[in-house]
Design a protein around this ligand. Sequence first.
Ligand code: 13P
Ligand code: SF4
Length: 408
Amino acid sequence: MAAHIGATGKRPPLWKHGYVTSTWVEPSSTATALLLLGQGADPASERGVDCPGELPPPSDPNLVARATAAKAALGDRVFVLGHHYQRDEVIQFADVTGDSFKLAREAAARPDAEYIVFCGVHFMAESADILTTSAQQVVLPDLAAGCSMADMAALPQVEAAWEALEELGVAGSTVPVTYMNSSADIKGFVGRHGGVVCTSSNAERALRWAFERGQRVLFLPDQHLGRNTAVLKMGLDADDCVLYDPHKPGGGLTAKQLREAKMILWRGHCSVHGRFTRSSVDEVRMRVPGVNVLVHPECRYDVVTAADYVGSTEYIIDTIEAAPAGSAWAVGTELNLVRRLANAHPDKQVMFLDRTVCYCSTMNRIDLPHLVWSLEELVAGRVPNQITVDPDTAHHARVALDQMLALP
Ligand code: 13P
Ligand code: SF4
């Protein structure tokens, strides 16, 4: 079945109706997921980032009151951004919630806020620092909130790949495109080499822009978003795409493969969306007749092609909001967002696509104690966990980010 791939703001043209009334079924837990949610501690697996201050205990009954008071004391000096995958306890304090694209635009549109508190992950806070003025300071409440996908493309690896393309004489006809989910270093590399940043809301527009300027694209770091967009939106053949493995010499590809490819996909992926499989889709279709399957484009190609609708987190929200009462939806994205959608739409049956819990562990690092601590530090005149990007990297990354914001 061909999936409808959407962009923020566009409604799918028609709806399939399920037959069931709303009942949220909590996916079953795994020991790891519970640890990641703070219901246990596993110091051995932590990334070793200590909170430098006095973190309130999660059991403090005054956390909500403390966050409210600190935010009120800061007033317009602070602007809190919340990605859709954040916990409810954090989202309630966000001035704006959004997908990566919307949050990047919101950060750029707030020149008067002295502090941007970014409830999201490290690469998002870096982009906010690049897009805001030098008078503004960006705070990430927990420095351990990274992204495993972004970590899959390191600058020396990408530079080595580019050198291989230069040696083959094809770098000049290759345009690098990086997903927002990459480090500032990688965005800087892309800006230096005439490329563009994209998000899950504008990947198709970014690829069209790139193919007007070159014969092939080096797409970093999410192979799935790259493949799904190239094949399902741009009409490329699966054979036009090759997978570059940074851990193998020459990416594990021959010179002929690199020369002839239209899309060189970096071998990176999201470990959260990678959990959804074709059998999760088949299983929910058997269980819930008429169910609509709605997934994020970070899911694998076989999941996306088996789904009915595909789009960014903002698109997923718009789609469920526009759906008729009584319709049934199996959603393949991070669990905090899916549960929030189910609670917000009791007249529709919104369920999680997988049977077991699937949180983004790093997004979940931002919890209410870290948010309270960050806001109270700001009230006390100290800037905690400030995210800064060095000026040279920021300059080139900004070129690629501005190019994204200007995409037609
Ligand atoms: P969007 O919010 O842009 O859809 O991205 C999802 C994601 O994985 C962010 O880390
Ligand atoms: Fe990274 Fe995936 Fe988490 Fe997004 S959901 S921050 S891509 S690991």
